[in-house]
Design a protein around this ligand. Sequence first.
Ligand SMILES: C[S@@+](CC[C@H](N)C(=O)[O-])C[C@H]1O[C@@H](n2cnc3c(N)ncnc32)[C@H](O)[C@@H]1O
Length: 327
Amino acid sequence: MINNLPKKFLDKLNQIYNKTELETIFKWFQVIKRKVTFRVNTLKSTNKEIEDYLNSVWFLFKKLDYLDNWYILLEKQEKDLWDLDLFKDGKIYLQWITSQFIWQILTLDLKEFKNKELKVLDLTASPGWKITHIWALTKDEKELYANDLTSIRIDKIKYLTNKLWFENINIIKNDARKLKDVFPKNSFDIIIADLPCSAEWRINLNKEKSYFYLNNKDVNKKNYKLQKEILENNIELLKEWWILIYSTCTLDPLENEWIVHFLLSNNKDLILEDISSFFDYKDLENIKKTWIKSYSKYIFQKDITKTIRLLPSENTEWFFIAKFRKI
Ligand SMILES: C[S@@+](CC[C@H](N)C(=O)[O-])C[C@H]1O[C@@H](n2cnc3c(N)ncnc32)[C@H](O)[C@@H]1O
C-alpha cells in the first residue's frame, strides 16, 4: 500500500527519516479515523464543567499533561460531538494539538506583556485557530489582526470568532505579500506566519485524493516561492526585539528548513531562538524529530538545530516550527 505513494515522495521520506521514524509515519498514513482532540474555550467554560459533562454522557477522554485545557476523546468521533450543547455553544473547539504549541512557545513572552499593549498579526489566519487562541490566553486589551486572501476564507474566521466569542479581533482581507501597504513599519510585537504549504500532513493511504497531488512536480517549489514572498515582505512590520513564528504542516525541507535558511541569510537582524525544550515531555518523545542539517543539494545554516520538526502520531500531526527574534 505504501508503494501507492508517488516515488518522488517516498524517496524524500527515505532521505529525511530513519527506519524507526518511517515505521511511525507509515503507520500514521494508514489510520482511517484520527482521534478527536479539542481545547476548552476558557472564555465560556472551565475544564471542570467539560469533564463533568463528558462523564455524564459517558464519553471517555484523556486530559493532556503537556498542554493546558486540552483533551483527547478516546473512542468517540467528531460527529458524536455535533449534537452536544457544549459543542454548539462554542465551549470547546476542535483543533490539532500541534497548532497549540505555538502559544506554548510564546508563554514567557506573553507574560512580559501582561497589562501592556500587544499587537499581533496572523498573516494567513483562516480559519482562525491560532489568533482566537491568543485572544483566549491574553484576554485583556490586545490588538489582534487576522488576515487572509479570499472572502470565503474570511467568512470562516468570522464564523469561528462569533461562535467562540472572540469579538475584538480585527479581520482583514488582503494578499499577505502586500500588507506593508496597509501597516507602517515596526507595527507588530508578534507576527504569526502559519503559511500556505503543500500540506503533506493530509496523506491518507485510504484516500487516493489525499496524495495524488504530490505527483505535481512543482508543488513544493510553488509553496516555497509563495512563503518566501510573504515572509520577505513582512519582516519590516515586526518591531525590533519582537517575534516572528514561522510554521507549516508539511514535511518538505524546501518549505521548512530552506525557508529558515533563506530568512537567516537575508536578514542579519533575525536570529533563531531554541524551542526544543518546550517539547521535553515523555508523551512527545517519539514525535520530536531531530533537525536535519541538509537535504539533497541544500545545506542549512547551523542554527537550524533550534527549530523543531514534529512527527505524526496517534494524537498529533506533522508540524514544523521556527521562532525568530528581530534584534
Ligand atoms: C495553513 S492555513 C492558515 C491556518 C491559520 N493560521 C489558523 O491557525 O487557523 C493557510 C492560509 O493561507 C491563506 N493564503 C494563501 N495564500 C495567501 C496570500 N497570498 N495572502 C493571504 N493569505 C493567503 C489560505 O487562504 C489559508 O487560509
